[in-house]
Design a protein around this ligand. Structure first.
Ligand code: SAH
Length: 353
């Protein structure tokens, strides 16, 4: 299947494939542009390509074109959640957030997830499969086409663990930031990981300028294990050393994400420990008041507790923000739209969407 997925081809691979069929190299330039700049939804839109070649390509290749199943629009801030159907029937979701500095899209990197973080809805049904590079790209392409507005920032923070789908992630980043695609600056691409230490090191060596966000969520090994099973495999110190290496190699400041869970990791003492961990690494802390998930028992701390936690970190000179909640009215935590849909289908009511 993989070598048929034409939208995951790099420009060079596309050129090689077309030369091998006796076509001229400039055809690859045209077709690549149709796919990645003009965001064509199929070969039939490629009007400067002969009908016979279009038909031959149609025969030979799969053309990823995600189907929009549902869009939830926030009345508060223009945030939109998209539910997409993949060619094999799997569902994924993406979020468009409109900021004053531009539009940002949060994409999924896998259908489901196998990391098992306790507070996360995306992991409840386990991992179904990795997404192809084309399926990650097309979430952005469909949203840009649907809104007619340019996407300037991409965060890989939707369902899935991007570093668990490493090869496809890299291909995705290179196509997305390449000058013949949407050409989104790597500085405007953020990849969030639960902390697969060897992959963080590998990523540091790829010569990319993307931002890495680490989901920290706890400042001790014990508490982190409680919230994130993956922490048993890659301990806190190993992960932080990998982050320090990432900064050393790329010069890119890291983001530490810390989901604040009421009564679990929100005490002043937790803040002090967190400050001590973050201080030696050039970083920024993003506090995320936990999004309650129907299936989970976790709750957000009081506003006052959140404010105090931030102040405590600032006392130690830590750069910290509280994540602005976008699309409150359509929300539910990450992965909940997909979950809701899956539940409905399990009950036999899924086709009404
Ligand atoms: N697997 C990657 C990216 C996906 S999750 C990672 O772990 O980083 C994106 C961020 O949202 C992570 O920091 C994750 O821990 C956080 N998150 C997931 N569910 C959440 C919830 N219910 N409330 C708050 N943050 C959540």
């Amino acid at each position: 299947m993989k070598d048929r997925d034409i939208k995951s081809f790099t420009r060079k691979e596309l050129e090689d494939a077309l030369l091998a069929r006796g076509e001229k190299a400039f055809r690859a330039v045209q077709i690549y542009s149709w796919m990645h700049e003009r965001l064509a939804s199929g070969f039939d839109e490629m009007t400067n390509i002969s009908k016979s070649l279009r038909e031959a390509l149609e025969e030979e290749y799969d053309y990823t074109n995600l189907e929009i199943v549902e869009i939830q629009r926030s009345k508060l801030d223009g945030t939109c959640k998209y539910l997409f159907r993949l060619a094999d029937g799997n569902m994924i979701e993406s979020v468009l957030m409109r900021y004053h500095h531009g539009n940002s899209v949060c994409i999924s990197s896998q259908a489901g997830c196998r990391m098992g973080c306790r507070f996360c809805a995306s992991t409840i049904g386990g991992l179904v499969r990795n997404l192809e590079a084309s399926e990650m790209l097309d979430q952005i392409y469909r949203i840009q086409r649907d809104t007619g507005e340019r996407v300037s920032n991409v965060v890989v923070m939707g369902t899935g663990e991007p570093l668990d789908n490493y090869e496809n992630l890299l291909r995705f980043i290179r196509i997305l930031s390449g000058e013949h695609g949407l050409h989104i600056s790597q500085r405007n691409i953020t990849v969030s990981t639960c902390g697969i230490a060897p992959r963080i090191r590998q990523l540091a060596d790829e010569d990319l300028a993307i931002t890495l966000a680490l989901s920290l969520h706890a400042a001790t090994q014990e508490k982190r294990e409680e919230l994130m099973p993956i922490a048993r495999k890659y301990g806190l110190s190993e992960v932080l050393e990998a982050c320090a290496y990432y900064f050393e190699k790329t010069g890119r400041r890291l983001t530490f994400e810390y989901s604040l869970v009421g009564g679990v990791n929100d005490r002043p003492e937790d803040a002090r420990r967190l400050a001590a961990l973050a201080k030696p690494i050039h970083s920024h802390i993003n506090l995320i008041p936990v999004n309650p998930v129907t299936e989970r028992k976790y709750v957000q701390p009081d506003k006052k507790v959140i404010g105090n936690f931030k102040k405590e970190l600032e006392k130690y000179g830590i750069n910290v923000t509280i994540r602005r909640e976008m699309g409150r009215d359509i929300d539910g935590a990450c992965g909940q739209l997909r979950r809701r849909y899956l539940e409905k289908s399990e009950q036999g009511g899924g086709d009404e969407c």
